[in-house]
Design a binder for this molecule. Sequence first.
Ligand code: 1PR
Length: 555
Amino acid sequence: MPSLGTVSLLDYGAGNVRSLINAVEKLGWSVKKVESPDDILKAEKLLFPGVGAFGYGMQRLRSQGYDKALLEYIKSDRPFMGICVGMQCLFSDSEESPGVPGLAVIPASVRKFDSKTKSVPHMGWNAATSIQADPPEAAIATLNHDGPSTRYYFVHSYAVPYTKDLDDWVYSTTTYGNETFVSSVRRKNIFATQFHPEKSGYAGLKALLSFLTHDAVSHSQSIPAPPPTVGPFRDMLTRRVIACLDVRTNDEGDLVVTKGDQYDVRERSEDGSKVRNLGKPVELAKRYFEDGADEITFLNITSFRDAPLKDLPMLEVLKRTSETVFVPLTIGGGIRDLKEPDGTVVSALDVAGEYFRSGADKVSIGSDAVYAAEQYFASGKKLTGETAIEQIATVYGNQAVVISVDPRRVYVDSPESAPAHHVIPTAFPGPNGEKFCWYQCTVKGGREGRDFDVYQLVTACEALGAGEILLNCMDKDGTNSGYDLELVSDVRAAVRIPVIASSGAGKVEHFSTVFKETNVEAALAAGIFHRKEVPLQSVKDHLLKSGFEVRGVEQ
Ligand code: 1PR
């Protein structure tokens, strides 16, 4: 198909721009990467997907001479679209990087969300309430409000608080907890979104398409005066439903999606014990995207075996998945220092970088996080800057680092029986009537238990800079008996970062129960989706009926 046009993309190399390129190409357009300030000056349409910290972004722009070119480009009235930090850079400065000036196109400051009453980062699907009347003449872009369930994907800890004096700029606002912030700006040739259109399913693709195709901007006019803003604004952040694909090579050497019972992925059959094969990773991920999954997580479950970086099978899976799936993708398994066959060590940061360039938005760290957290306590809670968590969070942002926890329940008679551990009372007594338990961390996919508990792990990882917890439970995995609510509540209360409940989902009610009883941000399931026992959409329908905000499936 001939290209409908070309958009220039300003990438300073910190994160996943592959998804944005894939989204633009899916819409029939071509992407030309900016390689010099001159490329900016010559561009006819410019996309700026900022990634990472504000200061890092501005510093990269300045060191490459892109800042001046950008300002000149914007002044020349040609179409500009900024995304996430690419929007924040338009403002004067940011609390994230004190003393670093922004481009100062819009006179306001970016501020950190208040984490006293809510999890930070603001991560997930939220509404963007338009406060500008859509003008009859072409605007630089429009958001498509297909109905009340239209949501866009956000992931950020900093935002511009909404105030009425910004109304000349503000296109939409979004509310998170007690704060209403600017979720998009639109004026003359400038359109910018705090959310990620390339990760916002079909609603996001439509927003992107409108920027690509609307070029009849009336340059001399700004958008008509906005209607009076309405309030009070309502937090419409949805609970996320995540489909998880455990991937490994089966006995025939094919890469398959598998699923264990309490982490045992082999069939219990008379003719031996084959690895369960529940489908192909790329195809299943596409099916879940179309069914309305809010995120897709891939876990490479045999990653403790060394493999050369270039042969990591999940790189290709991510590349292919990100061509057709436009929601966030997480990859876990093997995010650690790797030893190449010639003995060279590739750092966890470089391994993660390879995954981000292949289409991942977040990496999830299992075993390595346990070792790092043990070290953190052993050193008297010192931050060395050397752990994979710290390094990846510094370069790609905290939101890009998920900690995958593989705990096992250990029953005890009383808290005094395990003084070194975080012991909680349980309503489900142990085999000898024990009324207390603690949760032991494991590594290598549950193959090895450590003398370290989940409370220690998650608090350490939060301090090291992780952005989210993926909380599995070995006792519940594959049982269809519901999430371990005691574990999930305990972890939810221990940290401020978002928590994903995982392991044990068997019916739609398990999702509403875990959200109601523990207030987690997301719930993940695997087996019920793979075996087609519970359609994803029925989970969303049930949550909606139970009074939860959910993202609908738009086409
Ligand atoms: O240690 O950083 O290399 O990461 C290894 C990763 O692989 C970890 O995230 C670990 O959880 C995962 N993993 C390793 N072995 C297994 C296994 O099953 N044998 N899978 C495994 C973990 C649990 C969830 C599952 C939920 C929901 N599987 O991924 O999807 O429990 O299942 P359900 O809804 O069917 O109950 P590293």
